[in-house]
Ligand binder design. Structure first.
Ligand SMILES: [Fe+2]
Length: 145
């Protein structure tokens, strides 16, 4: 497992990616299973987005070098939420249901890559050691609660 300030968030990313993969594997007839997995996905995403937006993004938004990227990240969360809402209200047995799910997956993968490859590494540089420790501690505490 990856260590460091954002390790638990990266773990969340893996979890969420896995749920989407599972959903993509469901046959069109598995209406109930799709609903269950979608509920799980929504719950995990909400908790995760909330953690990032509450504990990580504000400090990064305040820094010049990560400001624009952080604003983008907020918007990406927003788009993923919208796509998820649409997926929930769409007909699960419709042919384009999986197409919608794939678009959600693409958006999510883009966002996760940007965080893991750009935003988090930049955060490790621009935030103070104290800030990073505090963030790591707060994420850990939120995860335990
Ligand atoms: Fe995120």
């Amino acid at each position: 497992m990856q260590t460091g300030t954002f390790a638990l968030l990266v773990k969340d990313h893996e979890l969420v990616k896995g749920i989407i993969e599972e959903l993509l594997d469901t046959p069109v007839s598995a209406r109930k299973r799709r609903q269950e997995l979608l509920n799980t996905l929504k719950q995990e995403l909400q908790v995760h987005e909330n953690l990032e937006e509450r504990l990580v993004y504000p400090a990064l938004e305040a820094r010049k070098s990560t400001h624009a990227l952080t604003l983008e990240a907020y918007q990406e969360h927003h788009v993923v939420d919208l796509l998820l809402e649409e997926l929930e209200s769409a007909d699960f047995q419709d042919e384009d249901w999986k197409a919608r799910l794939r678009v959600l997956q693409e958006n999510l993968l883009h966002h996760v890559r940007e965080e893991e490859d750009e935003l988090f590494p930049k955060a490790e540089k621009v935030l103070t050691k104290e800030q990073l420790q505090r963030i790591e501690q707060q994420i850990g505490q939120a995860k335990e609660a």
